[in-house]
Design a protein around this ligand. Structure first.
Ligand SMILES: [Zn+2]
Length: 64
């Protein structure tokens, strides 16, 4: 998958329980090289977290 710009906001993520698309996450938390999105389904009231991990750390090899 292509790299995403920082601040990328996923949309229409399907609910992990009922599969209905959720327009946007309720909460976004950015940490070291990863972003957590908290989704709250209005259809079935299910909440779940999805984490996106950015590949930036892997651009520099640890050992040559
Ligand atoms: Zn749902």
């Amino acid at each position: 998958m292509a790299r995403q710009d920082f601040g990328f906001m996923p949309r229409e993520n399907p609910c992990a329980q009922c599969g209905k698309p959720i327009a946007r996450p309720d909460w976004v938390e950015q940490g070291d090289g990863r972003t957590s999105y908290l989704w709250n389904c209005r259809a079935c009231d299910y909440r779940f977290e999805a984490v996106a991990i950015y590949d930036d750390a892997q651009l520099t090899p640890l050992a040559a």
